[in-house]
Design a protein around this ligand. Structure first.
Ligand code: SF4
Length: 674
């Protein structure tokens, strides 16, 4: 049997996989040499996917409470509960919390049901936690949420700047491309990160920026580059809108060691083909949108965009965060990169023939759980995510879930922290069973393909949503027979952004056959030079945005959070792999030597980490990669897989005022010996 070409389940690199099925539930995984994201490379997480396809711990049957029921009974229950809440409290008492683990087809029908037919804008996604600030920055600068870069730009840049990204651990195949370019072409590498991460330790230059100090740093960098004659005055004049006094308002204050800063400026001046790759360290911040725009400003003002080897490159955490963004998974967007202007609402209502198009944007994730806690939301459907662990201030989120009278959870795992609050649990298909598309960080759409038959009674998420829609009386609008039919409708809908001068345009796929869909090869929408004919703003010009450095309080001790190399999210999949679990067996709190001595917490001992939100016990790892006054903890660990190390309980729920993304980094904390 030939290998099946599919896509990795994990990060936003979106590597292609050649999967050789070797038994009923066994598979050999290799990198797909023809996939443009990875050309055959894989990291440890992708390589060991085969260790995670067993059925241990799977949710295989619909459940109401602890009772196994038929699909008909479960779907009737979900639709009945939703209908009753809408009748008594209105559509805005209904909310959906979905996930970048969903396929685009799942996301599309969830968004269509919520925003077009139920009539609630309250559908948000865990991608809010990952890259909503990059989305907001793109919209401000380009007029559309478009990443104007490709992985191939990493191969031909002469300078790569990583901001808030431990790329070697979190996007390892992108890192392998950077390493290959360094070896082959002498590409220089700068890492801007408060920690000396594994990535920073391998860089030509590490700038240990203070938490949330990135805007000050990029403003100062642009100021210094301008003074050295490094601006592209013609590009700014011909292709950008520049606010009055923009350059004069840039401050030289940056708080970085002057020698390091001077080396950074030299590298930038000497290497005009620059890619700045930014990730959760930039986005997960109370000023994440401004950070994104400070980075984009640098690229627009120096003309380092729209040409090979140059551009601001937001890289997503999840496999399909981009697909979700395209079909309106965020509460503040309609489908297909459209917003809520009257014209855009009319266009969407007309396309869907939607009876109840929501009046405006819904609640973003943190506000959604606040509304749940306050009793304003009375029905919540969670799909493919575990907010009881992954949301900031997770203790509050648990209280909110416990208070909600109608919690529906669609998941592949039977016992998750979030599932323990569910009234109804619906068994969904997992990676290796489901079929559809994902979009990676460079806008490449790839197929995920089924390797195995559906286990137990598990069903595709898009199918479950359509089954509920049918019970709500919308069967003819959700009568899709397969994921290809969903994709065709989505592709046809992209004529709306195309007509509005936006770049997202999949209309050639609107009439594709099922065979075309099944044999789809990876392709990048918009192409590599997506903005060659101008940006997506009404006048076609990019916008520099005046952004001010963060001026919040500096606390005595702050917590930053992040990922381990071989774990993923809340470990419901990677935790199944013995090979992956060898890398880090428990959550470690990294503490600088100076703080460890001052507080009296020895390496390998235990300490209590606490904040205004909550507390958890951690084993301490003294690390000279940590700056004094800053701690680091991983995000993954849960009640199910660790006694302590529950980072989400401690993290504050402050959000970026533009994007609504939680500022997972820079939480004020205390540490005491345990
Ligand atoms: Fe999967 Fe990301 Fe690793 Fe590629 S880099 S194999 S997409 S986890």
């Amino acid at each position: 049997m030939p290998a099946i070409r599919t896509t990795c389940a994990y990060c936003g690199v979106g590597c292609g996989i050649a999967a050789q099925v070797t038994g009923e539930r066994s598979v050999t995984i290799k990198g797909d040499k023809r996939h443009p994201a990875n050309h055959g490379r894989l990291c440890s997480k992708g390589t060991y996917l085969g260790e995670t396809v067993g059925l241990e711990g799977r949710l295989l049957h619909p459940m109401i409470g602890d009772r196994q029921v038929s699909w008909n009974a479960a779907l009737d229950e979900v639709a009945g509960r939703m209908r009753a809440v809408i009748a008594e409290h209105g559509p805005e008492a209904v909310a959906f919390y979905v996930s970048g683990q969903l396929l685009t087809e799942d996301y599309y029908v969830a968004n269509k049901l919520a925003k077009g037919f139920v009539g609630t804008g309250n559908i948000d996604t865990n991608s809010r936690l990952c890259m909503a600030s990059a989305v907001a920055a793109h919209n401000r600068a380009f007029g559309e949420d478009v990443v104007p870069c490709s992985y191939a730009d990493l191969d031909c840049a002469d300078l790569v700047i990583l901001v808030g990204s431990n790329t070697a651990w979190c996007h390892p195949v992108a890192w392998q491309r950077i390493e290959a370019a360094r070896e082959k072409c002498g590409t220089k590498l700068v890492v801007i990160d408060p920690r000396r991460t594994e990535t920073a330790a391998m860089a030509d230059l590490h700038i240990p920026v203070s938490p949330d100090g990135d805007v000050a740093l990029f403003n100062a960098l642009l100021d210094a580059v301008a003074k050295r004659g490094g601006l592209d005055a013609q590009f700014m004049r011909d292709q950008c809108d520049v606010p009055d006094g923009f350059l004069q308002a840039l401050s030289g204050d940056h708080g970085i060691d002057p020698e390091l800063f001077a080396r950074l400026v030299d590298l930038v001046i000497e290497h005009p083909r620059t890619v700045t790759l930014f990730s959760q360290g930039a986005n997960q911040s109370v000023c994440g949108t401004d950070k994104g725009n400070a980075i984009i400003n640098f690229h627009l003002a120096t003309g380092r965009i729209n040409r090979p080897g140059a551009g601001p490159f937001s890289i997503t955490g999840q496999p399909n965060a981009m697909g979700g963004r395209e079909v309106g998974g965020l509460a503040n967007m309609l489908a297909c990169h459209l917003g809520f202007s009257e014209a855009e609402r009319e266009a969407v209502a007309d396309f869907w023939q939607a009876p109840n198009l929501c009046a405006g944007p819904g609640l973003k994730a943190v506000d959604l759980y606040r509304a749940l806690h306050a009793g304003r939301i009375k029905f919540l459907w969670v799909m493919a995510t575990n907010p009881a662990v992954s949301m900031p201030d997770a203790g509050f989120v648990r209280e909110a879930l416990a208070r909600c009278p109608n919690v529906i959870v669609s998941d592949v795992i039977a016992d998750t922290d979030t599932g323990s609050f569910a009234d109804v649990r619906l068994p969904a298909l997992a990676w290796g069973e489901k079929d559809g598309t994902v979009t990676n960080s460079e806008r490449t759409i790839s197929r995920q393909r089924a390797l195995f038959a559906a286990p137990g009674e598990a069903r595709a998420d898009w199918q479950i949503i359509c089954d509920v829609a049918g019970r709500l009386g919308y069967g003819s609008d959700f009568g899709f027979q397969n994921p290809a039919a969903v994709f065709r409708e989505y592709a046809a809908m992209t004529r709306l952004p195309a007509q509005a001068g936006k770049a997202l345009d999949l209309t050639p796929w609107a009439d594709c056959s099922d065979v075309d869909y099944d044999t789809m090869a990876p392709f990048q929408w918009g192409g590599r030079d997506v903005f060659k004919d101008g940006f997506s703003t009404p006048n076609g010009r990019g916008r520099l945005i005046a952004v001010k450095p963060w001026t919040g309080n500096r606390h005595g001790l702050v917590l930053n959070t992040g990922r381990y190399r071989d774990q993923w999210h809340t470990m419901t999949r990677t935790g199944l792999s013995a090979s992956l679990s060898k890398h880090r067996r428990e959550p470690l709190l990294e503490v600088s030597p100076g703080d460890a001595e001052r507080i009296g917490v020895p390496d390998g001992g235990f300490a209590r980490l606490r904040s205004a939100q909550g507390e958890s016990i951690f084993r301490v790892a003294v690390s000279d990669g940590q700056s004094q006054g800053e701690l680091f903890a991983p995000m993954h660990f849960t009640d199910q897989n660790a006694g302590g190390g529950r980072t989400g309980l401690v993290v504050h729920a402050a959000t970026d005022p533009v994007s609504g993304q939680p500022g997972f980094k820079n939480s004020a904390v205390e540490l005491v010996p345990y």
